[in-house]
Design a binder for this molecule. Structure first.
Ligand code: SAM
Ligand code: SF4
Length: 375
């Protein structure tokens, strides 16, 4: 049966692989059926899927990928549009209500507008929100198509307003184009536009306030500062140090009044104003992934561009869905794999030092840099 024709069920009966299929896929038989949708063994419900649509990118951000780049792999390693659509539909059937398309840079994937429209069509089958994370370099030419396809929210990444610094961080030009595209997006009719800036000690810590003013003072944009996370091959701890959430807050409060609005998924949100001034239309968010982890309420899962299911950004565990899918796995077989993966999710991610040790100890080519996971 086609995934799209399956009924949307909030509490699916867990499918079981028959013994032969499980053995062929190298899997142990699943445990007993669970009563609810995408629950892990700690009872967290997973309603959010991030799909990476490519490992390629038109920038080379030093925090995201190794300086020598990532090996370009054969095209057939990538999931096709049909495969992405089939898996996305299955996840929606399992209770996913929000999908974010990411990468690599999603807008460099050929015919991306057509893929977005296909995923957007899942709104007729239970999907509630469709979002994209992009570096915005190619955004202006896609804005209309993304809106029409049903994209509600855009997270656009920019760490600096200074062209020479942009080049030092991304190893490419494009600072002014990115600023322009972000401003265009803010008035293009999306429900939410955010700017993601990785806050790095000695790199852009002197620009946090400028970034906030550039986007949130006049426009309804949420500027979010992300704690720098260690990934395979990046510069974490090598001079480009992590700026902790508390330090980010203190730096911002030197000139701005922040009014706490509480936790929004992963970000501590603030309304903001210049000292003693009028409240801005935009807001500020701080994502303390390392120093104040939000693992306890994590509702996220990931699908990599090469078709691996990942249940945690900061865990090397993953399960291949592409191989079984191409070997003829049924929808129920795939559901069983997804559910099995989710049971491996840990209560929380390891601290930074341990993460780095685990990445170093991984078999060659196994640990993934951010660009190959999909941020
Ligand atoms: N190319 C798109 C972009 O840059 O927005 C989407 C993919 S990128 C991997 C997604 C997000 O991850 C970006 O906002 C980027 O800044 C963030 N990111 C990448 N490496 C990171 C790291 N080491 N620590 C924290 N955030 C990181
Ligand atoms: Fe590309 Fe985004 Fe990674 Fe920068 S953060 S290299 S733009 S995928």
């Amino acid at each position: 049966m086609d995934a799209l024709s399956l009924p949307i069920i909030a509490a699916p009966k867990a499918a079981r692989l028959d013994t032969a299929a499980a053995a062929a896929l190298g899997l142990a038989q699943r445990g007993p059926a669970r009563a609810q949708g995408m629950l892990d063994s700690f009872g967290r419900a997973h309603s959010y899927l991030r799909i990476s649509v490519t490992e390629r990118c038109n920038l080379r951000c030093t925090y995201c990928m190794p300086a020598e780049g990532v090996p370009l792999r054969a095209r057939d390693h990538l999931l096709t549009f049909e495969e992405i659509e089939r898996l996305a539909a299955l996840f929606v059937r399992l209770g996913v209500r929000k999908i974010r398309l990411t990468g690599g840079e999603p807008l460099v994937r050929r015919d991306i507008d057509a893929l977005v429209a296909r995923i957007g069509a899942l709104k007729a089958h239970g999907l509630k929100r469709l979002a994209m994370t992009s570096n915005a370099l190619l955004l202006e030419e896609h804005l209309e198509a993304l809106r029409t396809a049903g994209v509600d929210a855009l997270n656009l990444s920019l760490d600096t307003l200074r062209p020479e610094r942009f080049r030092a961080i991304t190893l490419r030009d494009g600072c002014e184009e990115t600023v322009r595209a972000i401003r265009s997006a803010a008035t293009a009719g999306f429900a939410r536009v955010k700017v993601n800036a990785v806050a790095m000690k000695g790199v852009n810590d002197d620009e946090l306030i400028d970034l906030a003013r550039a986007f949130a003072r006049e426009l309804p944009i949420e500027v979010r500062y992300i704690e720098y996370m260690p990934f395979e091959g990046n510069t974490w701890g090598e001079g480009q140090g992590m700026l902790a959430a508390a330090e980010i807050r203190a730096l911002l409060e030197r000139e701005l009044d922040l009014g706490p609005l509480g936790l929004d998924e992963t970000a501590q949100l603030y309304q903001v104003a210049d000292r003693g001034g009028k409240r801005w239309p935009g807001r500020i968010g701080i994502i303390a992934a390392m120093t104040e982890p939000f693992c306890g309420t994590c509702n996220r899962t990931r699908l990599t561009a090469d078709g691996h299911f990942r249940w945690c950004l900061l865990d090397e565990g993953e399960l291949d869905l592409r191989g079984p899918m191409r070997a003829g796995a049924s929808d129920d077989d795939l559901v069983a794999l997804i559910e099995q993966g989710l049971q491996m999710k840990r209560a929380g991610h390891a601290p930074a030092a341990e993460l780095i040790a685990l990445q170093k100890a991984a078999a060659p080519g196994h640990a993934r840099s951010m660009i190959r996971i999909g941020g």
